[in-house]
Design a protein around this ligand. Structure first.
Ligand code: ADP
Ligand code: MG
Length: 691
């Protein structure tokens, strides 16, 4: 029997499952006996009632009853047994290509049959090929077949063997242990696990199977609840384990530094920034390591929050590391941090994957000796050779591109029995339901206010047949002293192709707009070349910047008031919203032109429509979630954390509040149940492997 501590029971332990079937079941993600009960039907065959032959429709699986009025073996290209079945309302052909002589006798004229099969168009009447059948008497009992489940299958596995395997697993002791406390189920009004599985795999004749399939049934809700709970428990346990490994340093000094920065900024923090800064500062004053996510729309001013946190760490005698997912974003941070911290007498170090050994050496030495209090960089910061004298704070920007585990790797850079506080920042507005599941291991702060003086961006969608109009618009904007972006997108994630497309676009625009100074940035340019173009754009020496999506984050040019996005239908809404956030940073009215390649499908049209209507990142993300699903919204790297077997965030989002409420009690009072639930739903490999 499977206990909470065993990895599970091999499928071959079940009667009737040999290595071959086990291997095929594995392709459906079914690897242990304990997985089988949670493989739910796609649909049900209705064997609860007998239908009239005259009512049958092609494609419909149905049970009918009637008398064989003709039966003959037809020879021809394929020898077959053909019977005609009539019930007074119509007749139907039953066709058997494989049959025994005995069978031909059993299906002789005059026999009364009950038949289940899928009706298809035949030469004369509808026909059923190889239906299930049994001979019945005139006064037979009503059908006892009920609803027969049809499961998602794969090549080499048929429905009967899936059904047998799943029933065997349901009967196997220990595979469906109830881990939820009885009182909890009573409070939630949800059925027991056994009752829920019974209802799903073998619904009684009076079940509303449509509701069951739609998930609108207590049985499915019970399973979805348990699954969401297991995922939440897993993240909470991960967080508890992480926190228990080592304490963090108390970072509550640095008041002079933060005051000096605030006076030098030239703007006052918004109310939202002040609140979030307060939350961060409170966390950093604790021995318990901070694990906080700061969410804020593009341009909401997250960088200042990070800088203030860094100054607290530095003022308390510790170091801070700021990590970004792309070179360009990291470079942008480097510039902000240098501009803010160097006047305070602090050195800001730089580590990127492109730095040469000679460039790195002084930085690495400075970090180890403690002479460099703050370092900005990319993934390069994860590397083993990077040693800190005393790392007290890690800031990770755009967390969704790193993934939970990469973030955890930096934790190990702490020294002397401490781990750094962690501040994660994301501009991807994540709907609450997603945040609660994807980031359950983090506390969340939201900057829900933009700095004053921003003008909302007007967004229009146009087919690329109107490209000339758009080019004229750029000409006018630049003639009026404004700057513009032209963003090229590609379907494939290929740096080379993307760079080529951007180059082609840039030269075409150069021909059409000879009076403009055009710059080009793409992922294939050397960091220094890219930086040079960006600087010229920032300094107003470039009018039109042609770019790939590398400019998505990290560019801040308030004078740029026009953005053209080519083939916007290729990008996610959140990504488009981020791109668009590059304009509307100054006082001028800004606009964004979505230059699509028509004709657009209905979904694409709806998605671009959302962008036109709204400038609210959270609303956009919520709609994106509805249209595309959670994996796409968060980016592929995190989909692992969000693929559920049964739960559906849109359908079952209302359960999350209760999931959140019951998780702490379970962690405290039923640790063995927590372990078993995590094993059942989350598995062990993925989430814990790299911690
Ligand atoms: P994001 O949240 O997208 O990272 P940034 O931190 O890059 O936003 O801030 C965008 C711009 O707004 C920067 O130029 C920054 O200096 C400026 N900014 C930040 N906070 C304020 C504020 N309270 N008032 C005015 N400007 C601000
Ligand atoms: Mg930012």
């Amino acid at each position: 029997m499977a206990s909470a501590d065993s990895p599970g029971t091999p499928l071959t332990r079940l009667p009737g499952i040999g290595p071959r079937l086990a291997e095929r079941l594995g392709r459906l993600g079914l690897r242990r006996v304990e997985d089988l009960p949670f493989h739910l039907p796609l649909r049900y065959e209705d064997r609860t009632r007998v239908r009239r032959v005259g009512e049958l429709e092609p494609g419909l699986g149905a049970l009918v009853e009637g008398t064989v009025t003709a039966s003959e073996v037809v020879s021809g290209r394929r020898r077959r047994l053909v019977c005609r079945l009539s019930d007074g309302t119509g007749s139907l052909e039953l066709v058997f290509f494989h049959f025994y002589a005995n069978q031909a006798r059993q299906l002789a004229r005059g026999t009364r049959l009950r038949v289940f099969g899928e009706a298809r168009p035949g030469p004369v009447t509808l026909q059923m090929v190889h239906p299930d059948w049994e001979a019945v008497s005139e006064d037979a009992d009503p059908p006892a077949g009920g609803f027969v489940p049809v499961y998602p299958a794969t090549e080499g596995i048929n429905q009967p063997s899936l059904r047998r395997a799943i029933s065997a697993a349901l009967a196997w002791s220990g595979s469906v242990t109830e881990w939820l406390p009885a009182q909890l189920l009573v409070d939630l009004g949800l059925p027991t696990l056994t009752a829920a599985l019974q209802r799903v795999h073998a619904p009684s004749a009076d079940t509303d199977v449509e509701a069951l399939l739609a998930g609108d049934d207590p049985a499915i809700q019970r399973l979805a609840y348990e699954e969401l709970l297991a995922h939440r428990l897993s993240l909470l346990r991960l967080r508890a384990e992480q926190r228990s490994l080592a304490p963090a340093p108390i970072l509550q000094e640095g008041k002079t530094l933060t005051r000096d920065l605030l006076t030098s900024l030239g703007f006052a923090l918004t109310g939202a920034q002040q609140r979030v800064d307060g939350e961060v500062s409170a966390d950093m004053g604790e021995r318990r390591p901070m694990l906080r996510l700061v969410q804020g729309d593009v341009g909401s001013g997250k960088t200042v929050i990070a800088a203030l946190a860094a100054l607290r760490a530095i003022g308390s005698g510790w170091q801070a590391a700021v990590m970004a997912p792309t070179e360009l974003l990291a470079e942008q941070h480097l510039r902000s941090f240098r501009a803010w911290l160097e006047p305070l007498g602090l050195t800001v170090g730089w580590l990127s994957g492109r730095s040469t050994a000679a460039q790195r050496r002084p930085t690495l030495e400075g970090l180890q000796a403690g002479d460099i209090p703050l370092v900005v960089g990319t993934h390069a910061l994860f590397q083993e050779r990077v040693v800190f004298r005393g790392l007290g704070l890690v800031v990770v920007d755009e967390q969704h591109r790193f993934g939970v585990h990469q973030r955890l790797a930096l934790r190990n850079k702490g020294a002397g029995g401490v781990q750094p506080h962690q501040l994660v920042m994301t501009a991807t507005p994540i709907p609450r339901t997603l945040a609660m599941t994807a980031y359950a291991d983090l506390d969340v702060s939201v900057i829900d206010e933009l700095p004053p003086g921003r003008t909302p961006v007007t967004t229009v969608a146009m087919p690329d047949t109107r490209r000339q109009e758009v080019v004229d618009r750029i000409r006018h904007a630049c003639a009026a002293g404004r700057q513009a972006y032209w963003v090229c997108t590609l379907v494939e994630e290929s740096d080379v192709l993307e760079a080529e497309a951007a180059e082609a676009t840039a030269s075409r625009l150069a021909e059409q707009l000879p009076e403009l100074r055009i710059g080009l940035v793409h992922g294939r340019l050397a960091a220094t070349a890219k930086e040079a173009v960006m600087r010229r754009f920032e300094a107003g020496e470039v009018d039109l910047l042609v770019a790939t999506t590398v400019i998505e984050v990290g560019v801040n040019v308030p004078n740029a008031s026009l953005m053209i996005i080519e083939n916007p239908e290729r990008l996610g809404l959140a990504q488009l919203h981020q791109l668009r956030g590059r304009v509307g940073r100054g006082e001028t009215r800004s606009s964004c032109v979505l230059l699509y390649h028509g004709p657009l499908g209905e979904t694409a049209r709806a998605r671009l429509g959302i962008l036109r209507e709204s400038n609210d990142g959270f609303r956009i993300a919520r709609r994106d979630l509805e249209i595309r699903g959670p994996g796409e919204v968060l980016g592929t790297r995190q989909t692992g954390a969000l693929t559920y077997r049964i739960a559906d965030l849109l359908r079952d989002g209302h359960l999350l509040e209760r999931v959140q409420a019951s998780a702490p009690g379970l962690l405290n009072d039923h640790p063995e149940a927590v372990t078993a639930l995590i094993r059942r739903w989350v598995g062990e490999g993925e989430r814990y492997a790299q911690v």
